[in-house]
Design a protein around this ligand. Structure first.
Ligand SMILES: *Cc1c(COP(=O)(O)O)cnc(C)c1O
Length: 374
């Protein structure tokens, strides 16, 4: 059986996790949390980054810090994970879904302006498969209408728009280090922002509404409850695992690209024969091989193919029932304009096995299975 996903293991994780356990301090904001944020500051050129317990929580923090109020409208694609919307729904926002581009599966930047009303406060972009959205166009729209831009870069860690790391371009960026993502700590994430004015509030929000972060830095002699907040900081043991992965960033990226490129070359003839469509990478995007997907003719072909692949020991999956068609999506959101591509394209998409420890021999077997079945 060829699995769809396994958590990445480079081999050095236990060394750092053990060091963390032996250090006698395994709660949040310890040595490894600092090492991870320092590493990412330097490599992704972000002024501020705070590790969080998940990308979902980073998105929740960005909704708080953006000052989203009940009744505000937030624009985003419908083709995304539930957390992208949930984080804003929790603040009482109404979600306005915009159609995607069929080539990248990202929000269609040309359809954003039609969705803007006098209640719109923010645009949330999702860099699907680690392939950048058209950020210059989106930033220009946001500037013109005075809107916040939040990047759901859960899949976009170590991926770039031109030379800028995803997550560092909007007002807030949110990373995921879930075990299904390129770099992991089991469960975890990070919030990024370039404007220092958010740092104080972000630290308080993340530390149960207290100024404990300032206390730890020795800036005040006792800490107290100063605002509302929650507990968004991860254990330093998890950060130790992540640190091992960050130090192996090039090794992980290289292997994932090798798998991605092997699929891409291996399936070209099937695209030429009109049997499937391969992913498209715009010139402005440098992706991170987060995902390899293909699109087949329609839902019926996909359902059949997924079953036949499974029978041959190849576990492929689909994901994201468009949010506007879900019970919660209907309650909390509306679709702006016409759903031309969101439903149609999502029903055609199949994700292939893709993870760091995947054997190249198995990649070949997956390619063979597609040839036999199509
Ligand atoms: C994985 C993912 C999330 C959620 O990440 P968690 O760290 O599991 O909370 C959010 N948005 C997108 C696009 C994702 O792929």
């Amino acid at each position: 059986m060829i699995d769809f996903n396994n958590p990445p293991v480079v081999g050095t994780e236990m060394k750092y996790v053990e060091d963390s356990v032996r250090s006698g301090k395994i709660c949040g904001d310890g040595k490894y949390t600092g090492l991870c944020s320092g590493w990412m500051k330097e490599h992704f050129h972000t002024k501020n980054i705070l590790l969080t317990t998940s990308c979902t929580h980073a998105l929740e923090m960005s909704a708080f810090l953006s000052g989203i109020q009940p009744g505000d409208e937030v624009i985003m694609p419908s083709y995304t994970f539930v957390s992208t919307a949930d984080a804003f729904v929790l603040r009482g926002a109404k979600i306005v879904f915009v159609d995607i581009r069929p080539d990248t599966m990202n929000i269609d930047e040309t359809k954003i302006e039609d969705a803007i009303t006098d209640k719109t406060r923010a645009i949330v972009v999702v860099h699907y498969a680690g392939v950048a959205c058209a950020m210059e166009e989106i930033l220009a729209i946001a500037k013109k209408h005075h809107l916040m831009v939040i990047e759901d870069a859960a899949q976009g860690v170590n991926a770039y728009y031109k030379d800028r790391a995803l997550g560092t371009i909007g007002d807030f960026g949110c990373y995921s280090f879930h075990e299904t993502k390129n770099y992991t700590m089991g469960e975890g994430g990070a919030i990024l922002f370039q404007d220092d004015k958010y740092l104080g509030d972000a630290e308080i929000l993340r530390e149960k509404g207290t100024n404990r972060s300032r206390f730890f830095r020795g800036e005040i002699d006792k800490y107290t409850w100063v605002h509302y907040g929650s507990s968004y900081l991860p254990s330093d043991m998890n950060a130790a695992y992540l640190y091992a992965q960050l130090l192996a960033v090039n090794k992980i990226q290289k292997k994932r690209m090798k798998i991605w490129n092997t699929y891409h070359e291996g399936l070209k003839d099937l695209e030429d024969a009109g049997k499937l469509q391969r992913p498209f990478i715009p010139d402005y995007a440098r992706h991170n091989a987060h995902m390899y997907y293909v699109k087949v003719e329609n839902l019926k072909v996909r359902t059949r193919l997924l079953k036949d692949l499974m029978d041959r020991g190849v576990h492929c999956v689909f994901h994201y029932i468009p949010l506007h068609t879900s019970p919660a999506g209907q309650k909390f959101g509306r679709f702006s304009g016409e759903d031309v591509y969101t439903t149609r394209e999502s029903e055609r998409l199949i994700r292939l096995p893709m993870f760091y420890n995947l054997e190249m021999e198995d990649v070949g077997k997956v390619i063979d299975a597609f040839h036999q079945l199509l």
